[in-house]
Design a binder for this molecule. Structure first.
Ligand code: GLU
Length: 453
């Protein structure tokens, strides 16, 4: 059977590196299995979902190199959800509840005070038709809970009911359905939480693997029970560990700096972001993979670890630097305008790339070098004057720097740093920077002579 996976974000904000991890792991898994990747917008929460966020997610995935094989919106599939919800209600598997959030909170606190787990007591299931009518007359709208199959014949006497699955990442998993509250599937305003639509979609779209964050492990217990009552065999599940910030906080859509959009705007290489997002928190070194096929080749879902992984910006910087160093002019030239580097990009790029953390910094270096104000220390003035006499004639090529400085050794009596540094400072105004052998031909003889004066 062909693999079909899905990435199911709620379009309620920009996706961050942690969401990208889920998307990439799914997409890579599909590539490894020659399968398909569905992008499914979990947008049943109509108040918070926005098309602009859905568009942003598509744009961010595309930046990372992901083009979905299929795109779905839950908001367009409500007929199916309605039908199945009605069916579950008529089978007595969904029941109406009327507690307000405050009442539920009070119940939880009372349980906690008695040292009990905060499991819902199924009050809604006890209500008679008359009681329900009376509550609705008070203006209350019901929300609907799924009665978990954790009892023999009396739902008010739940017993330990283990659900097992063999997780693609975590191995053998167990959730006890008696330890969970009956989940709310439909809100009082009639909208669905993602739990049931997700299962319906996974069945109707033929999803074969559900790969998502390990914050969903408990939900998987619930959803396996839903697959069962809907008469479907469940897909395989895989729960990957989550990313946290360097200080250990969970990532949230509000953390703008780690959004894919801001990383793209900050000129990070998509492959640096993708490599880190996928390889962090797993066995093996985090390396900068040069291309998606290489990352697909390298990735192993079973190597993902179980504890949370810290996302560290400095690790991203170092992967980015490594990738930039290996990029050729042909890889990057489209990112710059036509007139960039005075038409000398094929020479300037290899000269500068080792000094860059990001490709975009090349322009800055170009300006600094082209507009450099010579720096000549008083004690080097004579030496710099002498250097002028020994500068080789045009055209200056890659050997010019060596032959120039070699020729200066004897007449100046200088060597090492004393020989090179005054020339670097005169030519570039800086005491550090790219390899002078590569930069000298780019500065050219005329500018060099002027800077030595
Ligand atoms: N919309 C859910 C989420 O983003 C989807 C979970 C799932 O992949 O099933 O958490």
């Amino acid at each position: 059977m062909t693999s079909k996976v899905r990435f199911a974000p709620s379009p309620t904000g920009n996706i961050h590196i942690g969401n990208a991890r889920t998307a990439l792991i799914n997409w890579i898994y599909a590539q490894q299995k020659n399968g398909e990747f569905i992008l499914r917008f979990d947008d049943t929460d109509t108040a918070r979902s926005k098309q602009e966020y859905a568009d942003g997610i598509l744009r961010d995935l595309s930046w990372l190199g992901i083009e979905p094989d299929q795109i779905e919106y839950q908001s367009k599939r409500t007929d199916s959800y309605r039908k199945i919800t009605d069916d579950l209600i008529s089978r007595g598997l969904l029941y109406a509840c009327y507690e307000t959030p405050e009442e539920l909170d009070r119940k939880r606190k009372r349980l906690a005070a008695r040292g009990k787990p905060p499991v819902y007591d199924r009050t809604g299931l006890k209500l008679t038709d008359e009681e329900r009518t009376a509550l609705e007359r008070e203006g209350r709208q019901p929300h609907w809970r799924f009665v978990l199959p954790n009892y023999d014949s009396d739902p008010f006497a739940p017993k330990r009911t283990e659900i097992h699955w063999d997780d693609l990442v975590r191995g053998e998993q167990t959730v006890d359905l008696a330890s969970i509250s009956d989940p709310v599937l439909v809100r009082a305003d009639g909208s669905w939480l993602y739990t049931l639509p997700s299962v319906i979609d996974d069945i109707e779209m033929g999803v074969t693997q559900i790969i998502r964050g390990d914050d969903h492990v408990t939900n998987t217990g619930v959803q396996l029970a839903l697959f069962d009552v809907l008469g479907a065999s469940a897909p395989q599940f895989g729960h990957h560990n989550l990313l946290t910030t360097a200080s250990g906080e969970g990532l949230s859509k509000r953390l703008g700096s780690l959004s894919i959009q801001s990383l793209a705007e900050d000129s990070y290489e998509p492959m640096a972001v993708a490599s880190l997002a996928v390889l962090i928190g797993a066995a093996g070194a985090v390396e900068a993979m040069p291309s998606m096929p290489a990352l697909v080749e390298r990735f192993d879902i079973s190597a993902i670890g179980k504890s949370a992984a810290k996302f560290d910006m400095s690790e991203l910087d170092s992967l980015n630097k490594k990738l930039v160093r290996d990029l050729e002019w042909s890889d990057v030239k489209d990112r710059f305008g036509d007139d960039i580097f005075a038409g000398n990009g094929s020479n300037f790029w290899p000269a500068i790339r080792e000094n860059l953390e990001k490709v975009s910094e090349a322009e800055d270096w170009w300006q600094r070098i082209m507009d450099a104000e010579p720096v000549i220390d008083p004690e080097d003035r004579d030496y710099v004057g002498l250097a002028k006499e020994y500068l080789p004639p045009e055209p200056l090529d890659e050997n010019a720097w060596k032959s120039w400085t070699d020729a200066l050794k004897v007449p100046s009596g200088r060597k090492g740093k004393a020989l090179f540094m005054p020339l670097r400072k005169a030519l570039t105004g800086m005491d550090h920077g790219p390899d002078m052998a590569k930069i000298l031909p780019i500065i050219g003889r005329e500018k060099t002579m002027a800077r030595l004066s």
